[in-house]
Design a protein around this ligand. Structure first.
Ligand code: MEZ
Length: 535
């Protein structure tokens, strides 16, 4: 239920609805996009970034909050654990129990490796679970991986590592079949053909979905597969430091029981970091669509042993986070809502942009509408612009919302907002880290041997902006890839003596750079105590 004072603006949206449905807003030119991003996208706010003083990316800019974690102290000293008596001894250690970690574990297991998953929460507590709108794959007759590549490369500002993006799009059709065979219930028509839609920046309809809970459906299936195979999952246990051997290669991790804080040692011939994203870092004070554990842990673990980061200065703000009511502030309002026809409308009932521009451009455009043009809804309770969901029913026919985006209908329905009849208020929300650890096409970090990375902790697959549905795709393609390659690698690994010498070396670097903060990392969980801002 909206407060009475929102009414006047809602009436303006209603009055203009028919006209706005018919109106086809122009796409922005490349120059218009560039200028818009420079002026309004949060990645361009210089004061929100700082130069790293130590580590492999010394001199590069990252958000203040990330710099604090990357340059923080370890949670332990080397003498806190006995590396000669490992609690676990495996071929492949997967850190993270989301979609990427599960896919890696399944493939490593399939290849005969002794694999174990360790996760600080439970298997499935991950951004995968939160993904709604779908997963891209060019598997229709009018589409091709080459077209998919062109869309994603342009959408990412031509910055993606070509070989990674190429693998992503070429392996996509097979990834969909793999998921389908595992039991993912994709939306299909009466002939059993998968239904696909557009996303922002896609030139073909290639978004495969399970209604608007695609990630939950994929995660459910992967989790079942992990458990059915009997792959050990050590939950509520965080990796807090990587272990190297005396050759400088990855050789396991120090683990911490989240309840008792007891330390454990996992020795491994290969390690896969699949720790996910960073929304709970709340960069620049933004709310987030991410799950509770998204605190950039993998980036910290990798960085401290010398693994390089790529594009850690670029984040994705999903254009449509829920802005009202407060209980769901920042929650994801899937891009599929716009794919199905809903347009973004300002407080005067005007369409101010094409609804399917790429995400960075859409977010910047919404921020401009609210902050520079004074055309946002701006009340004490909330600010943002309208997403005119009733358009969907008018375009697709009665029942479209319930059939295609039932979770969205339910989320708002709980607060007395019937999205079939009333628009919803949205504002950008922190959604995805475009940057992460730098890998080669085998999924191994470019400079630490036997250390693999998959999923949102990787940088460079999407360049400086990711298109919708390419993240669910990358967790599958690069999760499987990491698992397969870790399994192929471990057979030739002869582990040397395990060491945590890098902790003291990092501490010395901190001291030499004059860093004396007492903060420790990885962060593991957000700290909301004493925070009055609501995030
Ligand atoms: O890829 C995503 O981030 C995604 C599918 C999100 C969404 O809008 O549903």
């Amino acid at each position: 239920m909206y407060p009475e004072k929102f009414r006047k603006s809602i009436e303006a949206v209603e009055a203009a609805r028919e006209k706005n449905i018919a109106y086809e807003p122009a796409r922005m030119t490349a120059k218009e996009k560039e200028d818009l991003l420079a002026a309004f996208h949060p990645d361009y706010r210089k004061e929100e970034f700082t130069e790293l003083k130590i580590g492999p990316n010394k001199g590069e800019k990252v958000p203040h909050e990330l710099a604090a974690m990357l340059q923080a102290k370890s949670r332990i000293k080397a003498s806190d654990v006995d590396l000669t008596k490992p609690d676990y001894d495996v071929d492949v250690l997967v850190i993270g129990g989301g979609g990427a970690g599960s896919s890696a574990a399944i493939e490593a297991h399939e290849a005969g490796a002794n694999v174990m998953i360790v996760t600080k929460l439970r298997i499935g507590d991950a951004n995968t679970m939160m993904a709604e709108g779908g997963i891209q794959a060019a598997d229709k007759p009018n589409d091709s991986p080459a077209t998919h590549f062109v869309d994603a490369f342009g959408g990412g500002h031509f910055a993606a590592k070509r070989e990674l993006l190429s693998k992503l799009v070429c392996d996509a059709p097979e990834a969909i079949q793999w998921l389908n065979n595992l039991g993912v219930e994709f939306d299909k028509d009466e002939n059993g053909v998968m239904v696909t839609t557009h996303g922002g920046g896609t030139s073909r309809k290639r978004m495969h979905a399970a209604k608007d809970y695609s990630g939950a459906e994929i995660m459910r299936t992967l989790r079942d597969e992990v458990l059915n195979r009997g792959i050990p999952v050590v939950d509520f246990t965080a990796a807090i430091e990587l272990i190297l051997d005396d050759k400088g290669n990855a050789a396991g991790a120090v683990l911490m029981n989240m309840e008792t804080e007891a330390l454990l040692v996992a020795r491994a011939k290969t390690v896969v970091i699949a720790t996910g994203g960073a929304g709970r870092m709340h960069y620049q004070g933004f709310p987030t669509s991410n799950h509770y554990g998204a605190t950039a842990d993998g980036l910290v673990l990798g960085y401290r042993v010398g693994a390089k980061l790529l594009y850690a200065d670029t984040l994705q703000y999903h254009p449509t986070g829920a802005a009202y009511p407060a209980q769901i502030f920042g929650a994801l309002v899937t891009e599929k809502v716009r794919s199905l026809g809903a347009k973004l409308i300002n407080c005067d009932g005007e369409v101010f942009m094409h609804p399917l521009e790429t995400r960075d451009v859409s977010a910047a455009s919404i921020i401009r509408e609210c902050n520079a043009r004074g055309k946002g809804i701006d009340f004490e309770e909330a600010h943002g612009v309208w997403l005119d969901t009733p358009m969907i029913e008018k375009i697709g026919g009665e029942g479209t919302i319930e059939r295609r985006i039932p979770a969205m209908m339910r989320m708002f329905g709980k607060f007395g907002i019937d999205i079939r009849k009333e628009p919803i208020l949205i504002y950008p929300t922190l959604h995805y880290q475009n940057g992460g650890l730098d890998i080669n096409v085998n999924g191994m970090t470019t400079n630490v041997q036997n250390l693999f990375v998959a999923g949102e902790a990787v940088g460079g697959i999407h360049g400086r902006n990711r298109l919708m549905g390419n993240s669910l795709l990358d967790i599958i393609v690069f999760g499987r890839n990491a698992g397969q390659n870790a399994a192929a690698t471990y057979r030739n690994v002869e582990l040397g003596k395990l060491t945590l010498d890098h902790i003291a070396a990092f501490e010395a670097e901190r001291a030499a750079a004059g860093i004396d903060s007492d903060e420790v990392s990885p962060k593991l969980l957000p700290n909301y105590t004493g925070n009055t801002s609501g995030i």
